[in-house]
Design a protein around this ligand. Structure first.
Ligand code: ZN
Length: 118
């Protein structure tokens, strides 16, 4: 006898008679209160994961903005490089149709984008 009275929650240490339920696992016990606590932690983690705390002032927003800055800077740089290359090509009388073809667009679109005229 008495052995069951020594059962206690492995997490909070409450004995069997101090809790409503004590669930036995292999070598461990968990009480109803700790189960409740686990559920709350899991639930709040799920909610956390769902919106990833993407508020306007969150760390995630800052990281995304940084990425945007880097990409925009890279984009601007490649645009400038393209423009320089096109300028050189035009200086050498290369046709707009060939420039357009090289960048995967039409003669008209290439002209509109790089000619600087309108
Ligand atoms: Zn417990």
């Amino acid at each position: 006898m008495g052995k069951h009275r020594d059962w206690r929650c492995s997490f909070c240490g409450k004995t069997k008679d101090k809790v409503r339920r004590l669930v036995a696992g292999p070598g461990v016990f968990i009480c109803d209160q700790c189960i409740q606590l686990c559920n709350e932690v899991l639930e709040s983690n799920e909610q956390h994961g769902r919106d990833l705390s993407i508020g306007p002032d969150s760390e995630v927003a800052e990281v995304l903005l940084d990425e945007l800055r880097i990409n925009a800077a890279g984009l601007k740089q490649s645009e400038e490089q393209l423009q320089r290359a096109v300028n050189l090509l035009r200086k050498n009388q290369v046709a707009w149709s060939r420039i357009g073809e090289a960048i995967g667009t039409s003669r008209q679109a290439a002209w509109e984008r790089f000619s600087g005229e309108d």
